[in-house]
Design a protein around this ligand. Structure first.
Ligand code: ASP
Length: 465
């Protein structure tokens, strides 16, 4: 559409005849005067159809909310007493000279001109494209983009490279169930979707890039909750030749900078972020993601906290050992001997650091094992025999034996961070197309059955109950 003016720039065109386009938000019929609010991706504006523009007036009578229209009209200043100070375009309105209907719309399943937070979740998810038109959802998704862009620029300036890692990969132990994808070329074999890019990012360190980051999609087949989705986004990063403090410092720096730049209305309670050991946190707050806010009613208060020195292993119900956070971590220096000897396993502390924000865990990372013997020993303690370790992690062990530098990193639960920054109650509000609590995409109707021919090609037979 040539010469189209966006609604946030109308003040540059007062007195001019211009063309705009967008959606009818609300329409108010005052007999001779027909008012409608029209919105585009930037703003809303009030428009008025007067009876002297006969054709436009007649058309204005027929349009309904969510119709898509192109309007030509004159940008007028509103009379003093009609000014609405609260709106960007509250002091102007467009006098319609002509309307072109670009598309009609069925009566929407719910009101879009208002916040949709109270609308039935099923209706919102089925009609997500309508839900996303609402102002609150538009702001959430746009701010998510702004935060991503800020973070990308920050890491780029610090000398990091964003490197994509595969989605079709192999099972990697992150503590959850894998989503799997059947292979057509090798029937009976499956890819696993990544629970995180953990192994790849370590292999990127082995590949000599030294500073990596990625906005990475991660898939975990676990029960969905308010702050959990089967598919979510991590800001994943890794660095070579660093110690724990260096990783924590650079992450702290980017978080402070982004709050300052993009959320100036928010206050960070304490800088530098307080650092607690796991033991201190458990003793003092009874949790490893403490909510340190001094005023929990203040939506603009951000209390970040680092938690460190977690136990590496814990006992499972059957008496075997499992890892608490990340099997690829290195123990704290003073426990490496014990690990290699397999002694005092329950007392070994890991180099893991988690970051909490207002009581949510928004990230976690560690310094990694970069030598083969340590990684092998960790998996031995976890109950894998040498053959299984070789099969599952041979590539890591080989890389570690081929000049892998010391390295460490972290991943942020990006959706959770956005949820808190946008003052939203759950991560579905900051993800464009989330799944329901049952892991369904109600709009696309997924997961869905697939055709028999596809199953045959994959060598898969479904057992029907
Ligand atoms: N890969 C880890 C996770 O997803 C994060 C990390 O240690 O960098 O929990």
């Amino acid at each position: 559409m040539k010469n189209r003016i966006y609604l946030n720039t109308l003040h540059d065109h007062i007195g001019e005849e211009i063309t705009v386009a967008g959606w009818v938000d609300v329409r108010r019929d005052h007999g001779k005067l027909i008012f409608m609010d029209v919105r585009d991706m930037t703003e809303k504006v009030q428009m008025v159809a007067l009876p002297n523009h006969v054709e436009a007036h007649e058309l204005a009578n027929t349009v309904r909310p969510e119709w898509v229209i192109e309007v030509t009209g004159i940008v007028n200043k509103r009379p003093e007493k009609m000014i609405n100070e609260e709106l960007h375009n509250g002091d102007i309105e467009i006098e319609i000279t002509s309307i072109k209907v670009l598309n009609e719309a069925d009566t929407p399943a719910f009101e879009i001109s208002e916040t949709t937070i109270g609308v039935n979740e099923e209706a919102r998810m089925t009609n997500r494209y309508l839900d996303l038109r609402s102002e609150r959802m538009q702001t959430n998704i746009k701010n998510r983009h702004r935060v991503m862009k800020f973070v990308r620029n920050f890491f780029d300036k610090e000398g990091f490279f964003e490197i994509e890692t595969p989605l079709l990969t192999k099972s990697t132990p992150e503590g959850a169930r894998d989503y799997v994808v059947p292979s057509r070329l090798e029937p009976g074999h499956f890819y696993a979707l990544p629970q995180s890019p953990q192994q790849y990012k370590q292999l990127i360190m082995s590949s000599g890039f030294e500073k990596y980051f990625q906005f990475a999609r991660c898939m975990r087949d676990e029960d969905t909750r308010g702050d959990r989705q089967p598919e979510f986004t991590q800001l994943d990063m890794e660095m070579s030749f660093v110690d724990r403090d260096q990783v924590m410092d650079i992450n702290e720096k980017v978080l402070i900078a982004l709050v300052k730049e993009l959320y100036p209305e928010k206050t960070i309670q304490e800088i530098p972020f307080p650092r607690l050991t796991h033991k201190e946190s458990m003793e003092k707050y009874g949790t490893d993601r403490p909510d340190l806010r001094k005023d929990k009613d203040d939506p603009n208060l951000l209390a970040f906290a680092w938690v460190t020195d977690f136990p590496f292993f814990e006992k499972t119900d059957d008496g075997s050992w499992t890892f608490t956070h990340n099997p690829f971590s290195i123990p704290k220096e003073e426990f490496i001997d014990d690990l290699l000897k397999g002694e005092n396993i329950g007392d070994i502390l890991t180099s893991q650091y988690d970051i909490a924000l207002n009581g949510s865990e928004i990230g976690g990372g560690s310094i990694r094992a970069h030598k083969a013997d340590i990684l092998e020993k960790v998996f031995e303690i976890l109950g894998h025999d040498k053959k299984k370790i070789k099969e599952a992690f041979g590539h890591m062990i080989d890389a570690f034996s081929s000049g892998t530098p010391p390295h460490g990193g972290i991943a942020w639960g990006f959706d959770r961070l956005m949820m808190i920054l946008q003052n939203e109650p759950n991560i579905r509000e900051v993800i464009a197309f989330p799944k329901t609590g049952e892991g369904k995409d109600l709009m696309m109707n997924s997961p869905a059955e697939i055709e028999d021919v596809h199953l045959k090609e994959l060598g898969i037979q479904i057992k029907k109950n």
